[in-house]
Design a protein around this ligand. Sequence first.
Ligand code: FAD
Ligand code: NAP
Length: 460
Amino acid sequence: MTIPENKQNPLKIAIVGSGPSGFYASEALLKSNHNIKVDMYERLPAPYGLVRSGVAPDHPKLKQVTQVYAKIAESPDFRFFGNVTVGQDIPTETLSAFYNAVIYTCGAESDRKLGVVGEDFPGSYTATEFVGWYNGHPDYRDRSFDLSHEVAVIFGQGNVAADVSRILAKNPDELRYTDIAEHALEALEKSNIKDIYVIGRRGPAQAKFTSKELKEFGELEDCNPVIEQNELILNSMSEVELADKTNVSNRKVYELFKGFTGQPPSADKEKRVHFTFLKSPIEISGNGHVEHVKLEINTLSGDAFSQSARGTSKYIELDTGIIFRSIGYKGIPILGIPFDEKRGVIPNIDGRIIDNSSIPIPGLYVSGWIKRGPSGVIGTNRADSVATVNSLLDDLTQPFMKSEKMGSSSVMKYLDEAKVPYVTFSDWKIIDQSEILRGEPKGKPREKYTYTEEMLNILN
Ligand code: FAD
Ligand code: NAP
């Protein structure tokens, strides 16, 4: 049957993932002048993706964006199906059969590999695991991190590395009144970590921190930022980079690094975050547990803004009891959807998912980190999702957009028969309120439920 979209027969669009890109895609669809029903699928009972489980607990203002998302969810044309993993609880082809189009906004939930000997040695963790753990993500609830050592090493100099090192550097009282997961606060209270080495493979002019995040290291109650003066010597291409008018961000970061070298360390502060550059891990080793990391000293080669790190065959060794690899996230394939293994993204042209011959597959779209890779802040996903929705709206004349689809009514029947206990947005609001109430006596904005079963039990 082919009927164009009309009042009786709205277009049915599914969105897979409830992070920023999923909500911005929903917003763009619902704001368009078309008669559209949007159903959002999320594998966890709780929405909001990395805004809930990535953004650091001590950055509460950034989480206020969830109020905007909750407003989008109030639309009568929007429906939320939480606790449904697309590709597992419902096959991707079944989902496609129920909708005119599906937009995949499922983020980048895995991580890049360092590719060095001993990478997965006990005591060497990914930032993804640690961040998920302190933020109460059910996947990482039962991880444990041995924080009994005095020295921690973090590889990578992006904002996730800044989050991880800042959480390790803060004293528990600086975290107590945030929405940090209870189990993480308890473990951090017992932490012995004193020295945190944040190691970049390139130089201080190429660090990917933003100045706002880096500045916080100068304001910690119990920790001094430390940089050796000679670490800030620049090669000529880096000088060109920092002199470039458009490169405001790196210039500000470099100035902050310089400020840290000039700052006499306060004697009453117990911890130190050491920023060090031009070093790559070669081997992680120890007696059954991380004890040492061998680092190769690098030099930079290439033109300004495309300089890469090259080993010099000079090595140093650092003793450490715990390592966090914070070198970028990576997408995970979903059964039935094309995947670019190398880049960890869903291949697409302008948000239209493409097959092996680069031909768009009717009715399949993508947005957010799983479209462009794991970079960009929350707001970056808005323009990205609007662009994908524009591609979708440009396709409205295509036959697959004109056939009548059953949308949520068929899905509910399917999920009921498959005995998948899906969570509606009203259900989520009950969980949300319960978390807020649990937090109140402790002075926390919320005490998160960290097991899926706990959240489902509240609803029972
Ligand atoms: P995500 O936010 O990851 O959302 C993807 C969603 O899809 C998740 O909820 C996931 O559970 C769901 N999903 C995955 N697979 C399936 C499936 N098969 N079926 C159903 N659902 C599925 N940006 C800032 O602006 N400020 C910050 O302070 C900040 N802090 C960050 C801290 C960390 C540790 C990280 C990693 C990122 C941070 N960012 C921050 C960046 C920001 O979080 C991302 O730009 C943004 O979350 C990406 O949005 P997304 O919707 O593409 O992916
Ligand atoms: P990122 O910004 O891309 O940083 C990754 C870091 O890992 C870089 O320093 C990179 O160095 C390094 N790296 C990559 N491969 C490596 C290797 N093989 N060996 C050693 N180092 C390696 O990624 P991210 O920190 O995961 O952040 C992801 C996005 O989320 C970013 O856009 C970030 O701004 C955003 N975010 C924002 C906030 C915030 O606003 N507060 C907080 C967290 C995250 P090279 O430069 O040499 O590649």
